[in-house]
Design a protein around this ligand. Structure first.
Ligand SMILES: Cc1ncc(COP(=O)(O)O)c(C=O)c1O
Length: 492
């Protein structure tokens, strides 16, 4: 690493240099980012240096002396570049990632530059009102009741936490205690019911909130969608208030629980039932008149969680939570302190609706994206992604040696290799699929992730990147076909 005038690095003694240093560092970041984005569509999606390689390039003692800020930015990029995964690009079909639209990316950069604390109205009226407007626009996009309150979060995990914290508050009030104030110690457990396909993040937040990860009474979900008769039976066996967690978009298949019917069962429960819907990506079906039927009934829920960094295609990190009962939400996250007095004409304070106090101004990226693309743009984006998924699912279904593991109603296609020579050997077929996932990931043309569905090793692909087009889907198909043939040839 070369070092320019080291005194430039001292932010205390050379304050006059700061603005030019800021401009130079931002220009360098812009150059690096532009070159990266220009190459993103072609960049191999597998970038998997091992820990030794990454440690070798980045792990070192704290520098005693600094360097020019622009140089620090370039230095990081050069060292870390092998470990940068093209997960924002159009051929990354793993997990459920999404990319960043131009408007969202630019908004996110601006948010860093203006460095607002989006915790309170007083700390940034611009950030607080932008977030409120984004929440309003999202409710309008998804047809959720305007009166619901909400907040932007770091993702669907925190959005699940917010919805379930409000649920805990509501259940506690019914049982005569204030969960946020007094804790849960010594109190009877609050029953939680969900399908066997409850997402790991919801289970994690149940642990954080004191319900306990093992509190979930699991109802079978053949095909990914909760069995309604079985749900009714489990509900009937519970006295008192209960929390029901439903899926709008199960992570392996994209399947939806029948939300209207689940809401009917909740409404009929004598002890009261709080319906929380995890719609991390599935909520976006509501943005398309062609797909909105999948989410029918969601407006009858008590809380809904979703992600921004998935299908809204804004940069990490962003999610959002909506809650019907504003009092329950505020009771869960109320925060006071002499130095936090809002001020006479203050507006909304986000920090009374979320676990954090100080927060990133996530609303700006989302505002720019929703302003730039509007309802029509998001409808088109959602429908294009669903068409990509449907095209791939149809190809899998017709391809010899491949098996579609479940219907693909939205953007997840779950499939597996079913090689003829392993027809009578389920364990070897599982091993073949695991090997194929590793080979596809190493290949670099299209990134997929493995899973287990109905007890069998399978492969998942998610189509929620705004930039993915038919050519990318064709490249995925080609990679899947070729790698299957290669592994089969090697085996036999
Ligand atoms: C259905 C579902 N819920 C919750 C999450 C967690 O979202 P995040 O990783 O953004 O916190 C995911 C992530 O894939 C998901 O698919």
């Amino acid at each position: 690493m070369t070092t320019t005038d080291p005194s430039l690095a001292d932010p205390i003694t050379r304050p006059a240099d700061h603005f030019s240093a800021t401009q130079a560092a931002m220009a360098r970041a812009y150059e690096l980012a532009s070159a990266y984005l220009a190459g993103l569509p072609e960049r191999p999606v597998s970038r998997r240096p091992g820990p030794a390689e990454m440690t070798g390039s980045l792990d070192e003692p704290l520098p005693e002396r600094g360097c020019d800020p622009a140089e620090a930015v370039s230095d990081w990029f050069a060292r870390a570049e092998p470990g940068i995964v093209a997960s924002g690009g159009p051929r990354f079909f793993g997990f459920v990632n999404g990319g960043s639209t131009p408007a969202a990316l630019a908004g996110d950069w601006l948010a860093s530059a203006i460095d607002q604390n989006a915790g309170m109205w007083l700390s940034s009226p611009a950030a607080a009102q932008t977030e409120l407007t984004v929440l309003r626009w999202l409710k309008e996009l998804f047809g959720l009741p305007a009166a619901w309150v909400g907040a932007l979060t770091s993702g669907a995990t925190m959005a699940n936490l917010i919805g379930l914290a409000a649920a805990r508050q509501w259940a506690g009030a019914r049982l005569g205690f204030d969960a946020a104030q007094d804790g849960l110690g010594g109190l009877p457990p609050i029953p939680v019911i969900s399908s066997t396909e409850i997402h790991a993040s919801a289970r994690k937040t149940l642990g954080t909130l004191g319900f306990g990860r093992s509190s979930v009474r699991e109802v079978p979900a053949p095909g990914g969608s909760v069995d309604l008769d079985a749900l009714a039976a489990v509900l009937a066996a519970v006295d008192g208030p209960v929390v029901v967690v439903a899926n709008a978009g199960e992570v392996n298949t994209g399947a939806f629980d029948h939300l209207d019917a689940v809401a009917d069962l909740c409404a009929a429960h004598p002890g009261g039932a709080w319906l929380h819907v995890d719609g991390a990506f599935g909520l976006f079906a509501a943005a398309s008149p062609r797909l909105a039927h999948l989410t029918w009934g969601i407006e009858r829920a008590d809380s809904v969680a979703a992600d921004g960094h998935k299908w809204l295609n804004v940069p990490y990190d962003c999610g959002f939570a909506f809650v019907r009962d504003a009092d329950a939400l505020r009771a869960a996250f109320a925060a006071g302190g002499a130095y936090l007095t809002p001020g006479a004409d203050a507006g909304w304070d986000p920090l009374t609706h979320v676990p954090e106090m100080s927060r990133r101004f996530r609303g700006l990226a989302a505002w720019c994206a929703l302003r730039a693309y509007g309802r029509d743009g998001y409808r088109a984006l959602v429908e294009r992604c669903v068409e990509n998924a449907a095209a791939f699912a149809a190809w899998v279904d017709a391809a010899p040696g491949l098996e579609l593991m479940a219907p693909a109603p939205l953007i997840i296609v779950c499939f597996r290799y079913a090689p003829a020579h392993l027809r009578d050997d389920p364990a070897a077929t599982d091993a073949f699929n695991r090997e194929a996932v590793a080979a596809l990931q190493a290949d670099g043309r299209a990134f997929v992730t493995g899973t287990v569905w109905n007890g069998r090793a399978a492969i998942r692909t998610a189509f929620d990147n705004w930039a993915t087009g038919p050519t990318d889907v064709a490249i995925l198909q080609e990679a899947v076909r070729e790698i299957g043939e290669r592994l089969a040839a090697a085996a036999g």
